[in-house]
Design a protein around this ligand. Sequence first.
Ligand SMILES: Nc1ncnc2c1ncn2[C@@H]1O[C@H](COP(=O)(O)OP(=O)(O)OP(=O)(O)O)[C@@H](O)[C@H]1O
Length: 883
Amino acid sequence: MSKETANETTLTPAMRQYRAAKDAHPDALVFFRMGDFYELFYEDAVLASKELQLALTARDKAKSVPMCGVPYHAAETYLQRLLRKGYRVAICEQMEDPKLAKTLVHRGVTRVLTPGTALDPSLSAEQSNYLASICVTGSATHQHCGLALLDLSTGEFRATEFSGEHAWTMLLDEIGRVRPVELLYGKGLLGGVDLVGEESDESTMLNSIRTKTSVDEWVFTTNYAVPLVQHHFRVHSLDGMGLGGHELAATAAGALLHYMRETKQGGLEHVDGLRFYERSSCLELDAVSVRNLELVEPLFSGESVQTTLFYTLDACSTPMGKRLLRASLLRPASELAEIEARLEAVAEAATNLRHREELRRAMDGILDMERLLSRVALDSAGPREVMALAGTLKCLPDLAQATKQLQVTRWRDLAASLDPLQDIHEMIVGAIAEEPPASLSDGGAIRPGVDAELDELRELSRSGRQALAAIEERERQRTGITSLKVRFNNVFGYYIEVTKSNAKAVPADYERKQTLVNAERFTTPELKEYETKILTAQERSGEIERRIFAELRRQLLASAARVRETARRVAEIDLLSCFAHLAALRGWTRPAVEVSGVLEFVNARHPVVERRMEESGSGRFIPNSVHLDADSGPSVLLITGPNMGGKSTYLRQTALLVIMAQMGCFVPAEQMRLGLVDRIYTRIGASDNVARGRSTFMVEMTETAAILNTATARSLVLLDEMGRGTATYDGLSLAWATVEYLHNHVGARTLFATHYHELTLLSEKLDHLKNLRVTVKETAGGIVFLHTVESGPASKSYGIEVARLAGLPSGVISRAREVLKLHERAESQQVREAASAPQLQMTMFTPLSQTIVDRLSELDVDGLTPRDALNLLADLQKEIKGA
Ligand SMILES: Nc1ncnc2c1ncn2[C@@H]1O[C@H](COP(=O)(O)OP(=O)(O)OP(=O)(O)O)[C@@H](O)[C@H]1O
């Protein structure tokens, strides 16, 4: 609000009220209720008129107060549009009936809606809507970070903690994976980390979150925040929630509850538990891998979701199952017992068509129990939603019965713990009418027989309306006006309407109420009497319906924990039967999972590419095998071959199958043996940051550094075309050193796809490195991609052939062939020399200066840290460039 316009003395009383609301919520758009409209003023009006395409008017004659508005009954759509764009909105309501207000009607902010706190009805079933809260303490080298996540639409509330040197990076990774819609943090809490700046890695990650909300730092203090959590869950200690000793996680959770209170989010009854979770209790996937592997979203926004693993695996019947599938993709299991229990359950259901069908049939009628319950808790559920919940509960006994048919432990546990909630079902159908109106205020939501007074009042208004119909008929005959009508509106109540032309025939006992252009409206003492009777009866029955509905709501919320627990069981049953369905339908097999360094597939297929090829009829996917063993080798597979040969597909397929197996899903392979993987690292293709203007090479090196610094012998590392983003020799040297480091120091199972043929020589030096190649057939008409992977290095790269297929002019192609021949001749000479002097491998790349050669030959490569290696390379490069 600008200074002149906000001048106290020039403001009307209503605008003074507005100003108070805006001052209290400066970062929100204030929707100010005036009669049947929500009005916006000043900058808010200018902004909203643009974002919502509303006409911008002015409140005053001098046009100094820009204004726009939306009708209150249509406000919901406008609000959702603003929230989806990341805005927050404060709703300033009329707090008393304007008709009863003697002077200025009292107004106040009743709720602040933000992307993380408002329920978006258009939210898709499988998506979660997380509000995240973070806090950080400690020194730069040893940080502690707390993270809490709340999805108000389902009531899911969980928290975790990270400690140590990489705590902040791990926190960012987790945020990148969860992708909250809103982030809450303490002002200045992160000292030095610029949350909204453009430059740092942190800000790049955090900038992708639409709404960031800072609150006063004291909100994030343990002394203040932890008691809020205890109070909300009515517990004396946090130990029972697994939060004992995790003060930072609890603090982040408490700050989040504070925010809910500040933004006046009532009805948090469905948020009935807070769970501590450990990231290490799952197969860890960083945000880059989640994105690169297209687990839940396509790589580039706007692309079809059909490229995602989620889409390929989603045969779930219920929204809860879909959300669990999504969550499991982001956090596959890492414990053998858990994975085995799931695989065993999938195996049983996969081989038993009848039981599988029964399960799926029982789930057909199950709606989104969690979201329906949330709507009840937030008091936004009408009678129809409550009835929909009952419809869902009705399916539970059949589901329990179908689950009981299956024998293995996981199914038995699920059957035993599935509460069919029939008491709640009866409670709802016992109170709500069979076909209730959408809104409680429409009347008729409560079933007849529930309340004797209500039944009586309904009878009264029914007979009253019948009497009115009789009056209409009688008056038509008495006056001879056949078009005479008895009507009702909210302002005048019941009245008799006759057209202007018949006005003369109106009897003397009619009392004129209103004159319209074409009609006259009258009342009579008799009409007034019925009106009072009917309206009083309606008003009173409205009150009774509201009371009964509120009581039902209270009882439902008292059972919220049971409903949510059942929703979790339904989700698990759904997910396992989805996996069983896919296994049977697509002929997938059960992976043998063990604790070892093995990773072995026989004739495996990429689930997403295979399905897309089937759907588009574009040929058959060629299966391929993998054999890796971190303990006795080979631990590094170096894959060479032409562009378009299928290298990336082979890499991605390996990662996807590991993820699927650890989720408890069968896999598209004839056989699979998997030693548990603790973490998957990928360096594939371009990433987000490139689009944000960071250099491809810088991004690549940052990601590679993270891999080399944190991968373990139990990890799976996928590197695709590393080093291609810089000068050939720099790239080759870095790729060379990286492979050596992974092989000698990390020992992780590694797939390394490259166009640097020189790297294939490493197999002579590194025992656990094996060369693989994707094959092509040379025909008279050009090359044909066979997409099979076999042992050995590729003989040539076929880059020029692929370019020809892409349609490069023939002149360019033949000139490229000539240039290639010259290079190959020169290089083969160097390679021969290099092969005879393995300790000086690097000399084959370029005639290096003697000092560089000396420095390299004296180097203890095995003792180098990645950072030293990078520094050394930078030095050498400087020397070469300077030379
Ligand atoms: N096993 C396979 N069976 C059938 N088609 C395949 C197979 N593997 C890959 N393809 C198809 O071949 C094309 C190229 O695959 P991919 O991108 O994996 O090649 P690439 O070797 O990584 O290429 P580049 O080196 O140019 O990145 C894709 O369209 C893919 O669908």
